[in-house]
Design a protein around this ligand. Structure first.
Ligand code: BYC
Length: 323
């Protein structure tokens, strides 16, 4: 999708005050920064880290739902889930392509995921125990992703912003299919309603954690906001998500598992309980319920795909030679 001509490009710029001020002036004027434009090394690194982690999240995120493709309850549900999981793989590809414009190769990025040096979203380290989890993921996880990603469509870096526009359109379909599953279960038998409530109980807090640490603990937010990569802080987006989602749970007749949740008329917003940050950091650092399984599955897929990569490279070399 984007030029790969920047791989290996010289990226060190003389970052004197005049250079940084001129760059900031472009950001403040809401100009888009494009791959070949001069940019501070810090900006390039911040974007590369975030876009690569985002790409990894999309790809690892195929695993929890992929677990249910063969067990979807109807043909219609199976077709929709298959399409959704395939979309996530596509999102990973757009994002790896956007990351490549910043001077890293796909191989480097994938290696960083597989050797554990790059992160991916904490949410995908939780298991999908029942069919209702597929509904909860679409509703809550894709819902949280949309809340986080809509502002990224206005990110200052052109390739990331443009990739996000298409991704957000697809995420919107994902969120609806999840909410529709939850609606069916919530209006179904007592057993189905219990299954929906159980999925909400297990996915509520991990979904809030997707927005990252609280603003006071976020290391990248200040730079990210200054350079208009992020347009809202982690806590601002988390609050927007809670405010949008609690009425949806009410509509389903399900109870959000937070005894401290209440409407605050003065703030025109919901107050909610404290997130278990110990759990968040445990999962981020590799010790969540499924971290090891997820990495094992990715490494196995990478090994099994070697012959495809080799065949594609041989085919490309043949075509080049013929031309
Ligand atoms: N999980 O300074 P902070 C999807 C890390 S996939 C793990 O606030 P930042 C879907 C953070 O990386 C959607 N790590 O960072 C797919 C940093 O560590 P490093 C995924 C987390 O970047 C399939 C440290 O904590 N969405 O929708 O300013 C099926 C300090 O954090 C997490 C994106 O990737 C976390 N939750 O803000 C269904 C969105 N949170 O890098 C659905 C793009 C924080 O210094 N990313 N960390 O080692 C972002 O918007 C931002 O990167 C974040 C974090 C809000 C996530």
């Amino acid at each position: 999708m984007y030029s790969q001509g920047l791989i290996g490009a010289k990226t060190d710029t003389t970052e004197d005050e005049a250079f940084l001020a001129a760059f900031q002036a472009r950001i403040d004027a809401d100009e888009k920064i494009e791959p070949r434009d001069p940019m501070p090394e810090g900006y390039r690194k911040l974007l590369l880290r975030q876009i690569a982690q985002h790409a990894h999240s999309e790809v690892v995120g195929m695993l929890p739902e992929g677990n249910w493709i063969t067990r979807a309850p109807t043909l219609r549900r199976k077709a929709a889930l298959l399409a959704k999981v395939q979309d996530e793989g596509g999102h990973g590809l757009y994002l790896y392509a956007a990351a490549e414009t910043l001077g890293a190769s796909r191989e480097q990025l994938v290696d960083q995921l597989l050797d554990g040096t790059a992160k991916y979203s904490s949410i995908f380290n939780y298991p999908t125990l029942t069919w209702a989890d597929v509904g909860a993921i679409g509703w809550l996880v894709d819902g949280a992703a949309i809340m986080n990603q809509i502002p990224l469509c206005r990110c200052s870096y052109g390739p990331y912003a443009r990739a996000m526009i298409r991704i957000c359109k697809e995420e919107s379909f994902h969120q609806r299919q999840g909410y529709e599953i939850m609606t069916t279960l919530a209006q179904g038998s007592e057993g189905q309603r219990r299954m929906a409530q159980d999925a909400l109980n297990r996915f509520w807090w991990p979904s809030l954690m997707m927005f990252g640490p609280s603003d006071s603990a976020s290391v990248h937010s200040d730079c990210s906001m200054k350079w208009k990569v992020k347009r809202f802080t982690n806590d601002e987006l988390r609050q927007k998500f809670v405010d949008a989602t609690v009425p949806q749970a009410d509509y389903l007749g399900l109870k959000v598992p937070d005894p401290d949740l209440r409407w605050n008329p003065e703030r025109n917003s919901y107050d909610f309980g404290e997130i278990d940050w110990d759990e968040f950091w445990r999962v981020v650092k590799g010790n969540g319920p499924c971290n090891r399984d997820r990495m094992k599955a990715r490494r196995r897929a990478h090994e099994n795909g070697l012959w495809v990569r080799e065949a594609a490279a041989a085919h490309a070399a043949k075509r080049k030679a013929a031309a």
